[in-house]
Design a protein around this ligand. Structure first.
Ligand code: ADP
Ligand code: MG
Length: 567
């Protein structure tokens, strides 16, 4: 076995040679108390940095099993190690101010605690995956600097960042206990007839539109209205109180700038866990919650949107509606039908991003434009059927129309960032002032028809390459020759989720898209494989930048493939 000193010698010998000669360092090296594995070496100084792993035996790492013995705790501890490595690597590699060359970095993570391929832990090992920008002088190898980075800096980072004795034991315990409590709370929702829970004291607003850190100074802490207050006894922190949002139809009303969208956003992200001090770490939402919005311009592949839209001009079918350029209302209808196809139990809608003509159609408009001249059956006439026919709840931010009072079970008003329960009042107003609308929704919601994707319509190849994937931020995937725009899929929070989703489409195509299986069946199989065998099954080589996603977001990406064809 080659050791650390062999690696140092090799790098010193390579000093001054052409950059390509770095390829020789691929392999494993025994360090005093861990193994360094160089998996992939970059071809030039400006290419994607080289991929590296370290493996420490648990005898060296020293993490007490109770910190990782349940699935919640394991994910939380891996997240903690990722963050710890991130900060230490930033400190240590930041000293060499040379851009990508000289960089030691692990995938950047946000406020969510997610399963990622950055770090792993078992009774035997701790493994951490990261990248190294191998240093260059012009186009030649800077061997001396590379030796310092790989042999000394990494050793120091490992010592400081991923050994239990170097870390803050209280902070680690708090991290894993918080995540465990959040998972536990989420599991309780169903039993209590709730779809979401927002604890008293939660801080929902963010620092700014581009900074997901909590707003610190002027934040008003959340306080539940009395009638909606529920309590739980969490396994770790014990008693907690807060607002429980019951299943059914919930409206969030209130004046502009009073905190409606901020509350809904916290609920959207309550499908994920958050780090301690995020402010939303115990906000939990049922797992099958999907944010719905209008998304004009998206493509749609044979979706049955007939529950919402019928009799389009030119007699276009809405039972199998396809377009390369959806309108606001058709895109919102497709977004709902696709979410239902994938098994959603809770729709989240904000008037800020919804198509008005999809949401409401008042009496005056009903009189001016006859029903047979308006293809859209507005959501207001369908939202209750969704609940009675399919058990699908909705939480809707709607400050602009009181017509929804008739169909709501719960009405929450936001005023100066504080919620109050105005259900009784809204119901009384609805009784005293009829909307005089004619209901347009018919007797039933209508069919949800699973589609069968055709294998040849999902093609990740490009030119000579069988698979070409690229990810830009959290908005866009390059899949073969096309770009999938995911900017309107708001429950994707990390770039690594997009990378994993791109790989998962390739994986799905390879294993399960066969011209017979329905999309929900395919999604299920992919998710089961990942759950059993981990995200690593998606790729041929160990990657350090994959982050777990939900099957809803995988579906969203497949549904936005412009080549997608279904049977
Ligand atoms: P609305 O949807 O009702 O128009 P927003 O949710 O967009 O309002 O909030 C308006 C502004 O108030 C945003 O800048 C948001 O960050 C801030 N905000 C929201 N909730 C709070 C809060 N609890 N404390 C302080 N500021 C808040
Ligand atoms: Mg708003």
């Amino acid at each position: 076995m080659t050791n650390r000193e062999n690696l140092r010698q090799l790098l010193l010998q390579l000093d001054g040679r052409g950059y390509k000669a770095y390829k020789d360092i691929k392999g494993s090296y025994q360090f005093p108390d861990f193994t360094l594995i160089i998996d992939r070496v970059q071809g030039d100084p400006f290419a994607t940095p080289s991929q590296v792993r370290v493996q420490l035996p648990q005898s060296v790492a020293g993490f007490p099993p109770q910190l990782y013995q349940t699935p919640s705790r394991e994910v939380a501890l891996r997240d903690y190690l990722t963050r710890s490595f991130y900060h230490t690597a930033q400190d240590i590699s930041g000293r060499r101010d040379t851009g990508n060359s000289g960089l030691i970095a692990i995938a950047h993570v946000g406020q969510s605690v997610l399963e990622r391929t950055t770090a792993f832990i078992s009774d035997e090992l701790v493994e951490v995956r990261f990248v190294v920008g191998l240093p260059a002088r012009g186009r030649s190898i800077a061997g001396r600097q590379a030796a310092q980075m790989l042999c000394d800096d990494i050793l120091q980072i490992v010592d400081q960042a991923i050994k239990y004795r170097s870390l803050d034991a209280t902070a680690i315990l708090h991290h894993v206990e918080t995540v465990e409590d959040a998972d536990w709370l989420r599991q309780q929702l169903d039993e209590r007839g709730l779809v979401a829970f927002i604890p008293d004291g939660a801080i929902l607003p963010r620092c700014s539109g581009v900074d997901e850190q909590p707003l610190l100074n002027d934040a008003v802490a959340f306080q539940s209205p009395e009638r909606l207050r529920v309590d739980f006894t969490c396994p770790n922190r014990g008693l907690i109180t807060g607002m429980g949002i019951p299943a059914g139809i919930t409206l969030i009303v209130g004046g502009g700038y009073h905190g409606k969208s901020t509350l809904l956003r916290a609920i959207e992200l309550g499908v994920y866990n958050h780090i301690p001090n995020d402010g939303r770490e115990l906000v939990v939402t049922q797992l099958a919650a999907v944010k719905i919005r209008a998304e004009d311009g998206r493509s749609i592949a044979s979706v049955d949107i007939s529950p919402f839209i019928n009799q389009l001009p030119q007699n276009r079918s809405t039972r199998e509606f396809s377009t390369t350029n959806a309108s606001g209302s058709t895109s919102q209808a497709a977004n709902i039908m696709e979410a239902l196809e994938a098994g959603t139990q809770l729709l989240l809608v904000d008037e800020d991003t919804a198509a008005t003509n999809f949401m409401i159609r008042d009496r005056r408009m009903q009189q001016l434009i006859a029903k047979d001249k308006e293809p859209i059956t507005p959501f207001i006439d369908k939202v209750r059927q969704l609940y009675t026919d399919y058990g699908v709840s909705t939480i809707l931010v709607m400050g602009g129309s009181g017509d929804y009072f008739d169909v709501a079970d719960t009405v929450i008003a936001m005023e100066n960032f504080q919620p109050s329960d105005v259900t009784e009042k809204a119901k009384a107003i609805a009784k005293a002032n009829s909307t005089e609308r004619t209901p347009e929704g018919g007797e039933q919601f209508g069919q949800i028809t699973p589609r069968v994707p055709l294998p040849e319509s999902i093609d990740p190849s490009r030119g000579q390459r069988d698979v070409k994937l690229k990810v830009r931020d959290v908005d866009e995937v390059v899949f073969g020759t096309q770009e999938i725009d995911l900017s309107a899929v708001e429950q994707i929070v990390e770039t690594g989720q997009l990378r994993a989703i791109a790989e998962a489409i390739v994986y799905a195509k390879r294993h399960y898209v066969n011209g017979h299986s329905t999309l929900p069946e395919i999604l299920d199989r992919v998710m089961v494989d990942i759950e059993r065998q981990g995200l690593d099954i998606l790729t041929h080589f160990p990657q350090g930048d994959l982050v777990l996603f939900r099957h809803f977001e995988l579906a969203a990406a497949i549904n936005r493939l412009r080549t997608l064809k279904v049977r």
